[in-house]
Design a protein around this ligand. Structure first.
Ligand code: AHG
Ligand code: MN
Ligand code: MN
Ligand code: MN
Length: 347
């Protein structure tokens, strides 16, 4: 019947990650689970602050500018501090990179662990004051060690910036939390993508979206078309093709929130394409490679989609600096392949 009793067997995020480790016999020790527990706590803490922001004078500017030249909002700074404190205290991290901090933090020996976390503490800053969805994005590397590094062999490391100047394909986990009508944490540890919803009364993230897979084609495109006059010809031609298709095809719907977390979340669930291309104004694109493009590309591929700069797989890029930017198209396989075709054919 439709009136089933509520479940008495809740699958929490921690339970799920632990059972995955057992089931997949992965080499992951409990350390990654403990690190993920610390990240969950930061998401809960940020979520409560987001909810109360208007009431406790947490909206508006903090008065400082970050290394990217953006004015920091109070919530950007608070979320950054929450994450740095919790990740350091977890004892599981060696290197931290945040959008809001110019330099990487190298964790002092006493508290050092094996993982590096790159993060965007608060994504979608421009949406905070309007109460529109915002989020946190994170990616996790293990410090270089001879036995596990796939692309570049380096000696064992105790944690330097080199440990995060690596292709996104070497991440061991990536995810985001979206602060919307509920707080949703979406995570991949390299074997598919799962979504969890915060049950605020329990204080636990509960598995609500097992095994997220992106439809192979969608009906939605998500670009800031206000940048149209700067777009390069392949992008202009692609957008024209999806807005003025040859019958019997019908045009796509436009959805653009302006918080990458929310736009990617919708793309994972509904399909379609999200794009923030490089253009004549933003020559390298706007989104940051380490803590925006890589984690979202990791999740997209794990969900069966594609993430590309237009000409190159995002996860293959080898970063040369921690705040570098890149062009991004991600989403449904067929839709992203369409845009890649325009990059091949239009110049
Ligand atoms: P952040 O708020 O962390 O600086 O990120 C903003 C990013 C991303 O969330 C979003 O996709 C994009 O910037 C929106 O940019 P526009 O306002 O140029 O559309
Ligand atoms: Mn910012
Ligand atoms: Mn961001
Ligand atoms: Mn941010």
């Amino acid at each position: 019947s439709s009136e089933e009793a509520p479940s008495t067997d809740l699958i929490t995020l921690t339970r799920h990650v632990l059972s995955d480790q057992l089931r997949l016999g992965s080499a992951a020790t409990g350390d990654l689970t403990l690190l993920l527990t610390a990240i969950q706590v930061t998401s809960k803490f940020i979520a409560t602050n987001v909810r109360k922001a208007r009431l406790i004078n947490l909206v508006g500017l903090a008065g400082e500018t970050n290394v990217q030249g953006e004015e920091q909002k109070k919530l950007d700074v608070l979320s950054n501090d929450i994450m740095v404190n919790a990740l350091r205290a977890s004892g599981k991290t060696a290197v931290l990179v945040s959008e809001e901090l110019e330099d990487a933090i190298i964790i002092e020996e006493k508290q050092r662990g094996k993982y590096c976390v790159v993060f965007d503490p608060l994504d979608g800053s421009s949406n905070i004051d309007a109460g529109v969805n915002i989020g946190t994005i994170f990616g996790i590397y293990r410090v270089h060690c001879l036995t596990t590094c796939r692309t570049i062999q380096r000696p064992d490391s105790s944690g330097t910036v080199e440990d995060v100047l690596r292709p996104g394909s070497e991440m061991v986990a990536a995810g985001y939390t979206m602060y919307g009508s509920s707080a949703n944490l979406v995570l991949s540890t390299g074997s598919g993508v799962n979504g969890y919803t915060l049950d605020a009364s329990l204080g636990e993230f509960i598995l609500t979206h097992p095994n997220i897979t992106i439809p192979s084609r969608g009906k939605i495109y998500s670009f800031n078309e206000g940048n149209s006059m700067y777009f390069y010809p392949p992008v202009t031609a692609y957008l024209k093709a999806i807005k003025y298709p040859a019958p019997p095809k019908t045009p796509y719907s436009a959805r653009y929130i302006g918080s990458m977390v929310a736009d990617v979340h919708r793309t994972l669930l509904y399909g379609g394409i999200f794009g923030y291309p490089n253009d004549k104004k933003s020559k390298s694109g706007k989104l940051r490679l380490l803590y925006e493009a890589f984690p979202m590309a990791f999740l997209t591929e794990q969900a069966g989609g594609i993430a590309t700069t237009g000409t190159k797989r995002i996860l293959d890029i080898i970063p040369t600096s921690i705040h570098e930017r890149c062009s991004v198209f991600l989403g449904s396989r067929d839709d992203v392949q369409d845009v890649m075709k325009f990059y091949k054919e239009v110049s």
